[in-house]
Design a protein around this ligand. Structure first.
Ligand code: ATP
Length: 439
């Protein structure tokens, strides 16, 4: 099995990720996140939100609806241009992205080689109807990115807060793209979550260089975040001018070395004043009045835009380790779905089980205050339980043994070193708070 196969299998078996609508034969490009996947996703989003919003005075968050007026997507250029080149085989009518022609062996045509029609553009936005009448007048789109919801609320946020330029508006939410060929597990799906920040700065004519400096700062900050969550093998790559969107002054992709190749997990772009100008119906509707200088202008915007699923997949690939027949998911403790597992040394000794249960309940009470999830396990033997927790990335296991009954100490085993140390059961809360660096 190659690494991707192992990860797909682990993800399903242990409840990280299931194929969407599986009992109905699946639906290509859609996945469901199980109990552990939901926690991992939540932790990624929480870590992002903490860095991008909570720890800053100059950024606020919003939560806009996924369906917006179709006029917004016309103004932003998505109706006309959010498309990929598509080719269709005349014989089998299968469709592919033109820039990623199928390899003839893996996706063969029913009678030999494909015979493609000329390439055409395929718009990736999903359409739906709003209200009880289904016609052109009720047609709307599921948002293909979250940024649109930020731009259309630019004025609302300015009017309802006391933000002064430079400032940012952040959002985490679902985005939908009718990808021609979803692929590589959760790397390219048709429904996913984005974490986006639009950071507004003075344009060059008002304060030359502010946008460039800010762009560089955000690239560094975002790289710092990946380092902080322990993701290795990432590479910033500056897009060449011919690769960039026409409005972009500079774009850096943050790429990860996936088993299927180096690919983008986040894009950071200096989008200039394109978006606010596109959405501004009247002259200065989406502009900013700078009371320092007495000038009104349309800000430039720096956009770090990341995909939750791609980061999650990168984290799984990076964390996956095999040692002999043990699989260890070396996730950063802040991201691990469970922080601690508690179990009795032997499941058939009622006194041990009872004491372990007590310790678990006490820890659970404290853990809920600091929101770190705990696991309880009393199945099989202790070796199997360690194996099972290692495989889902639980950083620490607490074992209650006969010595606990005598002196109230427990062993704490570290996932990465497999080393054990004895600690007083009464001090476990402060022990983990310190380990997790939370308070
Ligand atoms: P790609 O070139 O791979 O299609 P993109 O450049 O169109 O990606 P952006 O529009 O910049 O992607 O979206 C920002 C982020 O959203 C990406 O870096 C990625 O993490 C995520 N993303 C985009 N499309 C998908 C998708 N189909 N499935 C999962 N995540 C996605």
């Amino acid at each position: 099995m190659d690494l991707m196969e192992k990860i797909v299998s682990l993800a399903k078996r242990r409840g990280f990720i299931y194929p969407g609508s599986e009992i109905y034969g699946g639906l290509a490009g859609f996945y469901d996140f199980g109990p552990l996947g939901a926690e991992l996703k939540f932790n990624i989003k929480q870590s992002w939100w903490k860095m991008m919003v909570l720890e800053r005075d100059d950024v606020v968050g919003i939560n806009a609806s996924t369906i917006m007026s179709p006029k917004a997507w016309e103004a932003s250029g998505h109706v006309a241009g959010f498309s990929d080149p598509l080719i269709e085989c005349k014989k089998c009518h299968r469709r592919f992205r033109d820039d990623r022609k199928p390899d003839r062996e893996s996706v063969r045509c029913a009678d030999g080689n494909h015979d493609f029609m000329p390439s055409r553009n395929f718009n990736l936005m999903f359409k739906t109807c709003v209200g009880p009448v289904e016609d052109d007048s009720s047609m709307a789109y599921l948002r293909p990115e979250t940024a649109g919801g930020i731009f259309v609320n630019f004025k609302n946020v300015l009017d309802s807060t006391r933000l002064k330029i430079p400032f940012g508006i952040a959002q985490i939410g679902r985005a939908f793209r009718n990808e021609i060929n979803p692929r590589d597990f959760i790397f390219r799906t048709r429904e996913f979550e984005q974490m986006e920040l639009e950071y507004f700065v003075r344009p060059p004519r008002v304060r030359g260089g502010e946008d460039d400096a800010c762009f560089k700062e955000w690239v560094d900050k975002r790289l710092g975040w990946y380092e902080a969550i322990g993701l290795k093998n990432i590479h910033p790559r500056e897009q060449a001018p011919e690769e960039r969107a026409h409005y972009s002054k500079a774009t850096v992709d943050i790429e990860y070395d996936f088993p299927f190749g180096r690919n983008e997990i986040e894009g950071i772009a200096n989008r200039g004043d394109f978006d606010l100008k596109a959405h501004a119906k009247e002259g200065d509707l989406l502009s900013y009045f700078d009371d320092e200088t007495g000038k009104r202008f349309v800000p430039y915007v720096i956009e770090p835009s990341a995909g939750v699923e791609r980061i999650l997949l990168a984290l799984l690939c990076d964390a996956y380790h095999e040692e002999g027949d043990r699989v260890i998911l070396k996730l950063h403790p802040h991201l691990a779905p469970y922080k601690v597992a508690v179990f009795p040394l032997l499941a058939n000794k009622p006194k041990l089980v009872e004491r372990a249960r007590e310790i678990y309940q006490n820890l659970k009470l404290a853990a809920s205050r600091y929101s770190f999830p705990l696991a309880w396990d009393a199945r099989g033997n202790i070796g199997k339980r360690y194996y099972s927790q290692d495989e889902i990335g639980t950083p620490w296991c607490v074992t209650v043994d006969f010595e606990t009954l005598e002196n109230n100490t427990v062993t704490v085993r570290d996932r990465d070193t497999a080393k054990q140390e004895r600690t007083a059961a009464g001090e476990l809360v402060s022990y983990f708070i310190q380990k997790l660096n939370i308070s």
